[in-house]
Design a protein around this ligand. Structure first.
Ligand SMILES: C[S@@+](CC[C@H](N)C(=O)[O-])C[C@H]1O[C@@H](n2cnc3c(N)ncnc32)[C@H](O)[C@@H]1O
Length: 252
């Protein structure tokens, strides 16, 4: 249970739009899984989604934008230790290693195939990078081991109880947890976004996963409830059309 003011909230049943989500917002939600989360999907389909994420991130400047946001959070740390969770292709870690001369990166994902692909890439050879498998809900590191943990475009994959666990464990293992995820716009705008993607979803795996991501992304109020449940303080930024940025730290 999370307690917001005097109200107890059952987070497992909380809509992605938060406890006070409108009826229409509650309809824009799904239990369907993305290809990336399914075990019954051909590995080639999943790799195509990961490659498309890497390509769009580079092409549209998102990777650079996320790297800038992450580096701002460790601007006062001389040699930051950074953990990337759910790294997928490792593009963000690669950018952080390029831009920061001394940052040490632990680059992780829960999917063995993604970890193997990143380890076989330049990241596997990089003297300041360690590539390994890790579940963001059970971070294998001592308390405060990292200055920053980053979880980009991945938080919506998790149901509320696991999402809250990421906040709790991320803020335990790192001084700050940075979550960057898709915005959850008000329902009319959300409908427009879905309408532009839906015709392509049956044919393009990346768009299929994009539609489900859009329906599963959390609203700012839901993020606050999850942080409260995890006992963390949060600062929320962005979010209407730009990605949502959450900076969480353990409440001391
Ligand atoms: C949409 S991809 C995002 C990849 C990359 N971060 C990006 O910004 O393009 C989501 C990633 O989260 C990973 N993931 C899902 N659940 C996870 C968990 N519990 N722990 C760690 N990674 C997870 C998936 O394997 C996938 O690589």
């Amino acid at each position: 249970m999370a307690y917001m003011g005097s109200k107890a909230i059952d987070i497992e049943r909380m809509p992605r739009g938060g406890p006070n989500a409108s009826c229409l917002d509650r309809l824009l939600e799904t239990d369907r899984l993305e290809y990336l989360d399914r075990d019954d999907v051909d590995e080639g389909v999943k790799r195509s989604v990961i490659r498309a994420l890497e390509w769009t991130g580079e092409k549209f400047g998102q990777t650079e934008n996320f790297a800038r946001i992450a580096l701002d959070e460790v601007a006062d740390v001389a040699d930051p230790k950074i953990l990337e969770l759910g790294a997928g292709h490792g593009g963000l870690s690669r950018k952080l290693l390029d831009w920061h001369p001394t940052a040490e990166l632990t680059v992780t994902d829960i999917e063995a195939e993604s970890v193997a692909a990143m380890a076989a890439s330049d990241l596997g050879e990089h003297p300041r990078a360690t590539v390994r498998k890790m579940d963001a809900t059970a971070i294998d590191a001592p308390d405060s081991h990292f200055d920053l943990a980053v979880f980009a475009l991945s938080f919506h994959h998790l149901p509320p109880s696991l999402a809250a666990r990421v906040i709790a464990d991320g803020t335990r293992a790192a001084g700050k947890l940075l979550i960057i995820d898709l915005p959850r716009p008000p329902w009319p705008l959300h409908l427009v976004r879905l309408a532009t993607m839906l015709p392509f979803a049956p044919w393009i795996p990346f768009v299929h996963d994009g539609v489900i991501s859009s329906l599963r992304t959390y609203s700012p109020s839901a993020l606050r409830v999850l942080a409260e449940h995890a006992g963390a303080d949060v600062e929320l930024r962005g979010g209407l059309v730009s990605p949502q940025v959450v900076v969480a730290s353990a409440r001391r």
